[in-house]
Design a protein around this ligand. Structure first.
Ligand SMILES: N[C@@H](CCC(=O)N[C@@H](CSS)C(=O)NCC(=O)O)C(=O)O
Ligand SMILES: [Fe+2]
Length: 261
């Protein structure tokens, strides 16, 4: 294990309605912070936390153009004018900073390396924090699963290559943090039927994994490429409930231009 020079403040936040994880990362020395995949509905929560921790948001970053929720980046920028939005250069959406393969996003003394991981969408980017041996995979890799490939330029073949070359090639002990966890949802439904509302207490789902765990236990990506393509082509998932509002808004950084009066 390499010695850690710069302390990291890390918070994993959850949006229950869309099972989305947002990550707050801040440099413990300088207090410069980034939010990865903020959700519009949770901006007030995130602003309060930034203030409580005494950190200064420099980037609102997205791993990709989300199809299931509206990004909070635009609203965060309105509240914090120093904050810039970051997105993969192949995303086709509006952002202040576009990142490509091997570029770094710096916050304080820490830096996130950008790895292009298309296949779920063209612009999908995995952000790697080498100093703390962790990566934020968006929807390219979910815990024991992966993002769907049936819309938004999705391609199972491209996703398979991305995950194997850019994520599974990281050291085996690296922690992987995804953009969603759907494992708790089944239990949620069962407990709702039992009129209980504390599902998260009993069945928290999964919050983090490692390269080693996914190489051994990912239900899709441990298969051959041919088997993987067959699985992905036959998922038959319903479209995300908020797709129609999310996609156009996220192409505009989560805010639509004001209508002239
Ligand atoms: N039911 C959810 C949407 C679920 C969904 O389609 N999730 C996406 C990631 S958000 S683009 C996905 O890739 N899922 C993979 C899988 O195996 O489930 C909603 O209505 O929001
Ligand atoms: Fe997605």
């Amino acid at each position: 294990m390499s010695s850690v020079k710069n302390p990291l403040i890390l918070r994993q936040l959850f949006h229950k309605e869309t099972s989305t994880y947002t990550y707050l990362l801040a440099c413990g020395n300088t207090k410069e912070a980034v939010l990865i995949d903020p959700v519009l509905d949770c901006v007030e929560r995130d602003l309060k936390l930034l203030q409580e921790l005494g950190v200064h948001l420099v980037y609102g970053m997205n791993t990709h153009v989300h199809a299931d929720h509206i990004t909070g980046t635009g609203k965060l920028k309105e509240a914090l004018p120093d904050c810039k939005s970051v997105l993969g250069s192949k995303s086709g959406a509006r952002a202040d900073v576009y990142v490509a393969q091997d570029e770094n996003v710096k916050f304080g003394n820490l830096a996130l390396e950008c790895r292009s991981t298309p296949g779920h969408t063209n612009g999908c980017t995995t952000y790697v924090l080498h100093e703390h041996e962790m990566a934020f995979t968006g929807d390219a890799l979910l815990i024991r699963g992966c993002g769907r490939t049936d819309f938004q330029q999705g391609s199972p073949s491209v996703l398979f290559e991305s995950v194997h070359s850019q994520i599974f090639s990281l050291p085996k002990h690296y922690k992987l943090y995804p953009a969603h966890d759907y494992k708790g949802v089944i239990f949620h439904i069962i407990l709702l039927l039992l009129f209980l509302s504390m599902w998260h207490f009993f069945f928290p789902g999964f919050s983090v994994t490692t390269v080693e765990e996914e190489l051994a236990h990912n239900t899709r990506l441990t298969k051959t490429k041919e088997e993987f393509i067959k699985i992905m082509d036959n998922l038959n998932l319903p479209y995300p409930k908020r797709l129609d509002e999310s996609l156009p808004a996220n192409l505009m950084c989560g805010v639509t231009d004001p209508v002239p009066s």
